[in-house]
Ligand binder design. Structure first.
Ligand SMILES: NC(=O)c1ccc[n+]([C@@H]2O[C@H](COP(=O)([O-])OP(=O)(O)OC[C@H]3O[C@@H](n4cnc5c(N)ncnc54)[C@H](O)[C@@H]3O)[C@@H](O)[C@H]2O)c1
Ligand SMILES: [Zn+2]
Length: 345
């Protein structure tokens, strides 16, 4: 069950209005980016009390210290005190960054997350991880801090470009595969356009929240959330190094197929289940553009994964009955075989 501070809603403006009326905040800031200002702000604006808008530039390239400095300077210039509250209206980039700025300003002021992308609603806004990229390293600086409130509203997805929907959808598929085989069946019987987003957001949020509640510091169980990510991250890094950008979700979707192959090889998944995953992912995401020869280099990237222990590559494996187990040691050569399975005609 979701806690009181994490809500699925059909009216985020009204929820914000009620929440703010129950508190005595000294000032209300709304932080948004140039896209969410145009496309999402009007949903909440009419119902908000007096507030100050601060706009940042959209995109991962701005998830950095300069943008933080800008926000901290604005808070200072606008005389924010410790009783101010920050409403963050945006995707995972803004949630991580503005949440981090709020959590560190004057040792922490309240912040409210209103995630506007599927990825942020199903993944990034749940769990209290905040931070920014630094010196080329992703999420290198950060803190753990829970928001005062998180509001999940699927209506924001109406304006989200399809490429961004697909990016979040990979995490939704991951959550279904590792927690609920009946839900996976429902998902795979529908195209991307026909999915029931309210149901899927609720499932993802509930599932991720329940895992984090049981294992907040990633000692064990929380590792299941890395399903698809050992090979997925390797693919993402490889494409990044080649200067070809793919979304995180495209890489994770391919990673889920490749890692499902490793489960199949160990007898944890039937061939039917494996092929279902592959067919659905390829129909929804298309096939990534790399060749047999490049599978070697992708395997090299998996060796550098920060979740590894020493020289061992560790992987989460999906199980037939709809859950997953973690810390399986896999070999670089197996990654190559798994990617060849992904690539097969
Ligand atoms: N904290 C965590 O636990 C966690 C987990 C997963 C990912 N993340 C982080 O999330 C980030 C990725 O988040 P993302 O995929 O949401 O990307 P994003 O925040 O960059 O948003 C994608 C794009 O969509 C635009 N946008 C946002 N909402 C929109 C809407 N409703 N309509 C139209 N356009 C909209 C944004 O302006 C941006 O250009 C990464 O930085 C990643 O590290 C964090
Ligand atoms: Zn991910």
């Amino acid at each position: 069950m979701l806690p009181q501070t994490l809500r699925i809603t059909q009216n985020p403006g009204q929820e914000l209005n009620t929440f703010l009326a129950s508190k005595e905040y000294s000032q209300v800031f709304v932080i948004l980016d140039n896209n969410t200002r145009k496309l999402c702000y009007s949903v909440i604006k009419p119902l908000l009390p007096e507030h100050t808008v601060i706009e940042t530039m959209a995109g991962e390239a701005f998830k950095n210290l300069e943008t933080c400095s800008f926000l901290w300077q604005e808070f200072t210039r606008l005389k924010a005190d410790r009783h101010a509250v920050v409403i963050v209206l945006g995707g995972g980039v803004l949630g991580d960054l503005a949440g981090f700025c709020a959590a560190t300003f004057k040792r922490g002021i309240d912040f409210i997350l209103v995630p506007t992308t599927l990825l942020a609603q199903c993944d990034a806004s749940i769990g209290g991880k905040l931070g920014i990229d630094f010196e080329g390293f992703k999420n290198h600086l950060g803190v753990f801090q829970q928001p005062a409130l998180t509001l999940l509203y699927s209506g924001f997805l109406k304006t989200l470009p399809e490429i961004e929907i697909r990016s979040g959808f990979a995490e939704v598929i991951k959550h279904a595969l590792i927690s609920d085989s009946a839900l996976w069946k429902e998902i795979r019987n529908l195209t991307l356009a026909d999915q029931n987003w309210d149901k899927l957001i609720e499932h993802s949020a509930n599932f991720k929240y329940s895992i984090i509640e049981k294992d907040p510091t990633e000692k064990g169980l929380r590792k299941v959330l890395n399903a698809g990510h050992t090979i997925g991250h390797a693919i993402e890094s490889y494409f990044l190094q080649k200067g070809k950008s793919i979304t995180h979700g495209e890489a994770v979707a391919a990673g889920l197929v490749a890692e499902a192959f490793l489960s199949f090889e160990r007898g944890f998944l039937s061939l039917t289940f494996l092929e279902e995953i592959r067919n659905y992912v390829l129909n929804t995401f298309g096939k990534l553009d790399f060749t047999e020869i490049e599978t070697e280099a992708i395997g090299e990237f998996a060796l550098q994964d920060k979740k590894n222990k020493g020289k061992e590559i560790l992987c989460v494996l999906i199980m037939e009955k709809g859950d997953a187990k973690w810390d399986y040691v896999i070999q670089q050569v197996e990654i190559k075989e798994a990617l060849l399975y992904y690539l097969k005609p």
